[in-house]
Write a protein that binds this ligand. Structure first.
Ligand SMILES: C[S@@+](CC[C@H](N)C(=O)[O-])C[C@H]1O[C@@H](n2cnc3c(N)ncnc32)[C@H](O)[C@@H]1O
Length: 413
């Protein structure tokens, strides 16, 4: 698959819309709003919340058909075509195998285990190393039901201890197949990875299932350095980098770089494609309070620079705007003389409501850029593996309604 040309294509598209995706609406307000086309906003403003939900959930675009806005949205979604679809073979394991496994993890394992076993037959690797493997469900099942040596590596000793207890209790006869190893993958230099256990070599297959931020990059670099037989990686939490922006891995991307800041990386992380009606209604409520608070800070309290106010428990967004605002102002030690009555009056002013809705509509458009951003990051990683001689593919391995970070990078020698 020629990922380089798609990487360049996405880069060009994202470059021409950088002022949208690299800037959260409330950061640098009101300048951020100028990135959005007024015709697009007018069009969305005429729609009901129900119609907006269907657009946000990407299942009914009929109210905006044959408009430049829909062309833009279609373009953001068009790059998805490069990702292959996956049909797993049936995994018939006893229920015992899935003891204490939540539905999401169960779904992921149902899809990945047949793939890993199939690859084991084809590539003939000896050991699977599951990096950031948590309590080690993947390693336990591979070791206990497929006679495959597996090591679960994690930074969290509590997870590993719990995993070892589970394994001994559930599969006492297969204890030897599975190891649990404590290691900080991010802080340990790659050349020291084999210091304690001889884990990484040309006979190993590395898995990183939802490796946060920089951890994924480090895994891919490790795979290349130790020339492992294969690697399967799913990224997540793309904003978790030591540096305030994404670090490109491939030479191809580095030669014509796209700069994705923390706001862009946060957007890439949230780029799931489905939202239920209930979640959409909650989002409307949460955003109206958050945007309302920032407008109030900007206009009534003269805080012209953005201040991070942080999330609140969901119930706080349903208990009246003034009590939400007063709590936040107190939490952040912001001096003021505002009363609940003044705050409510401000919030219900038709002009403020209009501005909040405009910000919501901008945000709705902005979220469509999450997936191409995520794909850009994944393609950079895939091209990096290709540049180092790996056969590489990007595939949707999970149902995105169950597990939204569902695109895996598979690299094999
Ligand atoms: C998002 S969870 C994924 C867990 C598991 N792979 C799964 O899919 O359920 C990330 C895991 O990576 C581990 N982790 C985070 N930073 C790490 C590091 N620097 N070195 C090793 N493991 C790390 C965490 O303890 C956690 O278990």
């Amino acid at each position: 698959m020629n990922y380089k040309s798609t990487l360049s294509e996405i880069k060009d598209f994202l470059d021409s819309n950088e002022s949208i995706w690299n800037h959260e609406i409330i950061y640098n307000y009101p300048n951020t709003l100028s990135a959005y086309n007024e015709h697009h906003l007018d069009l969305l403003n005429q729609l009901s919340n129900d119609e907006l939900w269907k657009i946000d959930a990407r299942f009914d675009f009929s109210p905006i058909r044959e408009t430049p806005l829909l062309s833009l949205i279609n373009k953001t979604m068009s790059f998805n075509q490069i990702i292959k679809k996956y049909t797993p073979t049936q995994l018939n394991l006893p229920l015992l195998a899935f003891t204490r496994i939540k539905d999401k993890k169960h779904h992921e394992l149902d899809n990945l285990i047949p793939l890993i076993i199939d690859l084991k037959h084809k590539l003939n690797f000896h050991t699977v190393i599951d990096i950031g493997g948590g309590v080690g469900h993947l390693s336990r099942i591979l070791g206990s039901y497929f006679n495959t040596e597996a090591t679960c590596v994690d930074i969290n000793q509590d997870f590993l201890t719990q995993g070892e207890i589970n394994h001994k209790r559930l599969h006492p006869k297969q204890v030897a197949n599975v190891k649990f190893h404590n290691m900080d993958i991010r802080k340990t230099p790659i050349e020291n990875f084999n210091n304690e256990l001889d884990l990484f070599n040309a006979n190993t297959f590395v898995v990183g299932l939802h490796s946060c931020g920089q951890l994924s990059s480090k895994l891919l670099q490790t795979a290349v350095q130790y020339k492992v037989k294969g690697i399967l990686n799913f990224g997540c939490c793309y904003f978790k980098y030591d540096h305030p922006r994404y670090e490109l891995l491939s030479h191809h991307a580095q030669s014509n770089p796209l700069f994705i800041n923390e706001q862009g990386l946060t957007l890439a992380t949230r780029a799931h494609t489905y939202i239920s009606k209930q979640d959409f209604q909650n989002k409307l409520q949460v955003k109206s309070y958050r945007f309302g608070l920032h407008l109030l800070l900007y206009e009534l309290l003269d805080h012209k620079k953005f201040i991070t106010m942080g999330d609140s428990p969901i119930k706080d967004y349903f208990n009246g705007f003034s009590s939400y605002v007063l709590k936040k102002l107190e939490e952040h030690h912001i001096q003021h003389t505002l009363t609940a009555k003044v705050i409510e009056h401000y919030f219900h002013d038709p002009n403020i409501q209009k501005q909040i809705r405009k910000m919501f509509l901008c945000n709705l458009i902005r979220w469509f850029f999450g997936r191409p951003l995520e794909l850009y990051i994944l393609l950079d990683r895939a091209v990096y593996l290709q540049e180092h001689g790996y056969h590489t593919s990007l595939t949707h391995y999970f149902d995105e309604k169950i597990s939204p970070r569902n695109v895996g990078i598979l690299g094999t020698v």
